[in-house]
Ligand binder design. Structure first.
Ligand code: PLP
Length: 401
């Protein structure tokens, strides 16, 4: 009953896949820290459990919960967001194929596409997908098999129209994958807007406490591989192909990490409400600050994607980036905060600050995805917002002294 789609988001996040343990009544799924399972005679599997790369009850609980909160047919939990991305891309692409990728996606995604898949014969075209029609010029008929979108994007917080892009991708016979890490399933559900697969770095908002690295892929009901491709199990189902790869290449989430992600997911809804409220206040403060030349936050009416985000999302999220007009000042702000911790990553309860050009996006320097060097990225956490605003105020004063 708990994956019933008529139930609200928070109810699904707390209960889907997480029935009390039938043996003990434990209300939280136990951490099945085990590699193998006793068989009742050769091939006599209890409940289907055989070996923990193929399946583990704690991971299965997380996978069911993620499928339920994204409105998908199946979820797959991986060792990291990039491991999930790698499995999805290798399920859908073969040497000689082409993919289109948003031109300000996560730097690690770009590195995977350009420097790992590239040498295996997959070509890519980075496109500014804030105007969905730009996709049409980049599609190579019969060769473009994947369209990869990140919205809101990292670190520029640009917004892409998932519904419009899904229409173009479908017409081209390509699979649409949306990286939903920044919005989290609490604020945006790309499958309902026409995407075929959603990926997450559960390291970020789903986990929510900066204490795990994990990833996930959730597949839409009935999603089919790109036109003309048969998967490794002889079907054209995306779900079958990813399940096969998860086991065959083995980058699974371990039981404890799966359990932490599941624990994080239970509070995702309330956390996102506070992330959104705090970020809105911080963005308004920055927009009015004389040392700040530009603020990117979809919740500001001045953001070019504001209206689209208001339609497509249920809140504007906790990520902000802003420019100071000077790389030196940007670096100095990052070094002067006291509550915002200088660190990569995002989505945890604690606020973080970073300098993308020299930190998270160092791997895209010199490419089409290079980010401005005067950009500062904030992951606005759950502290008292007055303290966060005061901290940025003093850091900007120090940096511009
Ligand atoms: C962090 C991140 C990833 C990669 O996830 P890992 O868990 O670090 O492998 C992918 N996409 C986005 C948007 C991210 O922020």
């Amino acid at each position: 009953m708990t994956d019933d789609e008529t139930l609200g988001f928070a109810t699904r996040a707390i209960h889907a896949g997480q029935e009390p343990d039938p043996g003990t009544g434990a209300v939280v799924p136990p951490i099945y820290q085990v590699s193998t399972y006793q068989q009742d005679g050769v091939g006599g599997l209890r409940g289907g459990w055989e070996y923990s790369r193929s399946g583990n009850p704690t991971r299965a609980a997380l996978e069911a919960a993620l499928a339920a909160v994204e409105g998908g047919a199946a979820g797959f939990a991986f060792a990291s967001g990039l491991a999930a991305e790698d499995a999805v891309l290798r399920a859908a692409l073969r040497p000689g194929d082409h993919m289109v990728i948003g031109n300000d996606v996560y730097g690690g995604t770009y590195r995977l596409v350009a420097r790992v898949l590239g040498p295996w014969g997959v070509e890519h075209t980075p496109v500014d997908l804030t105007a969905a029609d730009r996709l049409l010029d980049a599609i190579r008929p019969g060769r473009t098999k994947v369209v990869w979108v990140e919205t809101p994007s990292n670190p520029l917080l640009s917004i892409a129209d998932i519904t419009a892009i899904a229409g173009h991708a479908r017409a081209a016979g390509a699979l649409l994958v949306v990286d939903n890490t920044f919005a989290s399933p609490a604020l945006q559900n790309p499958l309902a807007l026409g995407a075929d697969v959603v990926v997450h770095s559960t390291t970020k908002y789903v986990g929510g406490h900066s204490d795990l690295v994990g990833g996930a892929a959730v597949v839409a009901d009935g999603a089919q591989l790109p036109a003309g491709l048969e998967g490794p199990t002889g079907t054209t189902s995306v779900r079958d192909a990813i399940r096969f790869l998860q086991n065959a290449s083995g980058a699974i989430a371990g039981p404890f990490d799966a359990w932490l992600a599941l624990r994080g997911l239970k509070t995702l809804d309330v956390r996102m409400q506070r992330h959104c409220a705090n970020a809105q206040r911080v963005a308004e403060f920055l927009a009015a600050h004389p040392a700040v030349t530009h603020v990117s936050y979809p919740g500001l009416a001045t953001h070019p994607g504001h209206e689209l985000a208001a339609r497509q999302m249920r809140g504007f999220g906790g990520m902000i980036s802003f420019r100071t007009g000077d790389a030196q000042v940007a670096g100095a702000v990052c070094g002067a905060t006291r509550i915002f911790t200088l660190a990569e990553s995002l989505g945890g309860v604690e606020s973080l600050v970073e300098h993308p050009a020299r930190m998270t996006h160092g791997s895209v320097a010199g490419t089409a995805l290079e980010v401005p060097d005067d950009l500062v990225r904030l992951s606005v956490g759950l502290e008292d917002v007055d303290d966060l605003v005061a901290d940025l105020d003093q850091a900007l004063a120090v940096a511009t002294r």
